[in-house]
Design a protein around this ligand. Structure first.
Ligand code: PLP
Length: 425
C-alpha cells in the first residue's frame, strides 16, 4: 500500500481499520489536564482492559460469599480455574491445549524449564543465547551453569552480530549452532529481541539445535500476543512468556509456558514437582506417589493466584474476539506506517535498527539516537509520548494493534520531527 504523510491519511486508515473498536476496550493513560497520552510502551506494560475490574471483582465477591467453597461454587470455580485460560492462550501462541499452561512468572518458569531441558554432561554442557539477551535471562542461564558446576565464562556462548552490524543474521545463528554442536546442550533465545525488536525463525533454529542433540527453548516475552509464534509447528522443546506486556494482564501478572506435545507422555522426565502437577482425580487424597498430569500441566507446583488469573481471563477474551491473525495484519501495517513516516523525515541523527522486513519484527521499532543523545527522548516525554529509553542509545516505540491508532503514529512522528528541528538543550 502507498502511504502518505498527512494527518488526513492517518485518519482515513483509522476509519478503515476493522479492529478500531478495540481501542475503546482499554483505559488510555492521560496527562494532568486530561489529555490522552500517546502510549507506545505496550511492549513493557500493556494497558488495562476496562473489563478487568469486573473479572477481578467477580472473584472477590465469590470469596466474600463462599469462602473456601469458592473452589467449587464460584462462578468460575477456582479448582480448575487455570484450565479456563488454556484454550484461548494456546490459540494466541499457536499451540495445542495440552502444550500450554499459565503458572508462576517468567524467570521462575525459565528455571523450571531448564531443570527439565538443560541436562548437561561433562562434554555437552554449553548454553547458547543472544549477546544482548535480556538481563534476567542471562542471569538465569549463568546461574544454571554454575548450579551444575560449570564456569559461565566457558559454558555460555553469546551470539554476536557481525562487525559493524546490530542485528544477528539467521544464517550466522545456524552456523554457530553447527560449529558448537557437539558441546551444545541448550539453545535459548528471546523472540523477539527486547532491544532491537528482531524476530527469529524459530523452526529452523529448533531443527538445527535438535540435529546436534541439543534442546531448544525460546523466551517469548516480546512475542506472545505480538507475533504469530506457531509454537507447536516450530517444534521447539519449550517456551516461556509473561502476560503483562502485549497480553495486557497487569503488572507482574502470571506467565505462560509451552512444552511440546512430544514430551507430554514422558514419565521419566526430570522435573521439580508439586501437588498441582499431580493427577487431578487423586490430588486431594494426598497419599499417593506423584502421578503427573499428561502434558505441561505436570510442571505446575502450587495452587495459582486466582486474582491474577482473572485479569488474564479478561484479556484473553479480547484476544479471542479480535483474533491474533487479524491483530498481526494490523500490527504489520501500523509499524510499516511508523517506519515510512520516520524515513520521510530523513534525519541523520536517528536510525531504525529493527529489521525492515515485517517477517522479522513485531510491533516494536527501536530508534537509535546518534551520540546516545537522550535529550530528544526527554522532550518527547514532556510532549505526552510514553515510549522508553534503553541504554545505551535506543528509544523503543511499540504501536500496539489492539489500542493504538494510525493517528497516534502520525502524531508521534510529527513530534519527533519537531523535536529534531528544534535546538533542544
Ligand atoms: C520482560 C522480560 C522478562 C521479565 O521476566 P519476569 O520474570 O516476568 O520479571 C524476562 N525476559 C525477557 C526477554 C523479557 O522481555
Amino acid at each position: 500500500m502507498q502511504f502518505e504523510s498527512s494527518r488526513r491519511f492517518a485518519e482515513s486508515l483509522d476509519i478503515d481499520d476493522p479492529l478500531k473498536i478495540f481501542r475503546s476496550y482499554f483505559y488510555l493513560p492521560k496527562d494532568d489536564k486530561g489529555n490522552e497520552l500517546i502510549y507506545f510502551t505496550g511492549n513493557s506494560l500493556g494497558l488495562q482492559p476496562k473489563s478487568t475490574f469486573d473479572f477481578i471483582n467477580q472473584e472477590l465477591l465469590d470469596w466474600e460469599k463462599y469462602g473456601v467453597e469458592g473452589h467449587f461454587h464460584a462462578k468460575n470455580p477456582w479448582l480448575p480455574y487455570h484450565e479456563f485460560l488454556t484454550k484461548s492462550m494456546s490459540e494466541v501462541v499457536g499451540a495445542k491445549p495440552i502444550e500450554v499452561v499459565v503458572m508462576n512468572t517468567l524467570s521462575v518458569n525459565l528455571h523450571l524449564m531448564m531443570v527439565s531441558f538443560y541436562r548437561p554432561t561433562s562434554k555437552k554442557y554449553k548454553i547458547m543465547i543472544e549477546g544482548d539477551a535480556f538481563p534476567s535471562d542471562k542471569y538465569a542461564v549463568q546461574s544454571q551453569l554454575r548450579f551444575h558446576g560449570f564456569d559461565p565464562n566457558e559454558g555460555l556462548i553469546e551470539l554476536q552480530p557481525r562487525e559493524g552490524e546490530v542485528l544477528l543474521r539467521q544464517e550466522d545463528i545456524l552456523e554457530s549452532i553447527d560449529r558448537h554442536g557437539e558441546e551444545l546442550a541448550l539453545v535459548m533465545i528471546g523472540n523477539s529481541n527486547y532491544y532491537t525488536g528482531q524476530a527469529f525463525d524459530m523452526k529452523s533454529i529448533a531443527a538445527h539445535g535438535h540435529k546436534h542433540g541439543a534442546h531448544v527453548g525460546f523466551d517469548c516475552a516480546h512475542g506472545a500476543g505480538n507475533l504469530l509464534l506457531n509454537l507447536h509447528d516450530s517444534n521447539v522443546d519449550f517456551a516461556v512468556w509473561c502476560t503483562y506486556k502485549y497480553l495486557n494482564s497487569g503488572p507482574g501478572s502470571l506467565g505462560g509456558v509451552f512444552v511440546h506435545e512430544r514430551h507430554s507422555q514422558k514419565k521419566d522426565i526430570p522435573r521439580f514437582e508439586g501437588w498441582w502437577g499431580h493427577n487431578k482425580e487423586t490430588r486431594f487424597k494426598m497419599r499417593d506417589d506423584f502421578e503427573p498430569i499428561p502434558g505441561v500441566e505436570a510442571w505446575q507446583l502450587s495452587n495459582p493466584p486466582i486474582l491474577s488469573m482473572a485479569a488474564i481471563m479478561s484479556s484473553l477474551q479480547i484476544f479471542a474476539e479480535a483474533k491474533i491473525e487479524k491483530l498481526r495484519v494490523k500490527s504489520i501495517k501500523l509499524s510499516s506506517y511508523l517506519e515510512f513516516l520516520i524515513n520521510e523525515i530523513g534525519d541523520e541523527s536517528i536510525k531504525i535498527i529493527t529489521p525492515s522486513d515485517p517477517n522479522k519484527r513485531g510491533s516494536q521499532l527501536s530508534i537509535q539516537m546518534k551520540n546516545a543523545d537522550k535529550k530528544l527522548f526527554d522532550w518527547l516525554t514532556k510532549k505526552g509520548v510514553v515510549a522508553d529509553w534503553r541504554e545505551p542509545d535506543v528509544i523503543r516505540v511499540a504501536p500496539v494493534p489492539l489500542y493504538n491508532s494510525y493517528v497516534d503514529v502520525y502524531q508521534f512522528v510529527s513530534l519527533l520531527k519537531e523535536g529534531l528541528k528544534s535546538n533542544l538543550e
